[in-house]
Design a protein around this ligand. Sequence first.
Ligand SMILES: [Ca+2]
Ligand SMILES: [Ca+2]
Ligand SMILES: [Ca+2]
Ligand SMILES: [Zn+2]
Length: 373
Amino acid sequence: MKKLFFAFAALALLFTSCSDDQKQFVQEENINMDDWYVYTDADLDETSRMAENKGKSCYSMVNLNRLLNENPGLERKMYDIEYQTRSIIAGKKPDNPGGGNGGGNNGGGDDGGGDPPVDNLGVINIPVYVHVIYSNSQQNISNAQIDSQIQVLNDDFRRTNSDASNTPSVFSGVVADSEITFSLAGITRKASSVTSWGTNDAMKFASNGGVDVITPETHLNIWVCNIGGGILGYAQFPGGPAATDGIVVGPNFFGTTGYLSAPFDGGRTATHEVGHYLNLRHIWGDGGCNVDDFVADTPNASGPNYTGTPCTFPGRNSCTPKGKPGQPDDPDMFQNYMDYSDDTCMNLFTEGQKARMRALFESGGSRAAIAGN
Ligand SMILES: [Ca+2]
Ligand SMILES: [Ca+2]
Ligand SMILES: [Ca+2]
Ligand SMILES: [Zn+2]
């Protein structure tokens, strides 16, 4: 029934508008930004989770709150990036030449199934600089350990990960090969007396004893250093300051060989943080069942899952698909890289997440220069 409705909507568009008008229609009528937000209770949430000693902790949203407070223009910039992302995705739905899918990427109109958005970008390679900052020899991780992380990123973003077969069948229809690869552009190493760097980006400046960012317009920068406080890593979302663009990961959570701390020894911390760097939110939307991650094909969840071995499925089913009649009430997708599960329990990105990430590389997108656009 819904497909029929959209067919009529698209037909109406064809008869009433030229392509310029269509664009206008998409931008003015069909991009629903009602669910968009940036500020969260992340500071409180992460503090209480760590007090409960849950295990995994990512400080990307805490970092975002800090950056928003320090940069008055950032919220607007991120709104514009989100608007552009949704416009691009809406315009690429193959069944909807007018882009009239009701902002489906945010869960407003599309059921997450059917045809994924298409683009002409091909496989996108992201060159990576790794900055190893260490206060002891263990933290000065080997080239082999760095290589093992690049391998995991390539496997996870191309869905060639060996544990892809662990994805439950209920989600097999939405899993994605994101068609993004990573190549090592260079490694910097720096000894430091700092034993815990915290999450205020100090490691990203030579003036603090860290390492300055290198060409963030065209390269992903990864700082590998001990953050402290049991924090595995954090990322900067698209739109943030160029000088701090990239991700930070603790040395013992980086790669799959060498100096590692189980159960975060599968390289999935970097996969997760690169997801944020490419505009993905946490799978639970950093809030209860009233907020989502702007991705229709990831079931909404009320909070993070800390699923560990044996990764028993189904785990929680923390939210029903609110306001989306007819959509199946799937269990939480703890297998998603953007949850807080142990590395061994994660094995997928979805088509909806892929579309968000790839929209950044389109002409005019905030990471377009990486793809030569
Ligand atoms: Ca939620
Ligand atoms: Ca979702
Ligand atoms: Ca559910
Ligand atoms: Zn995170």
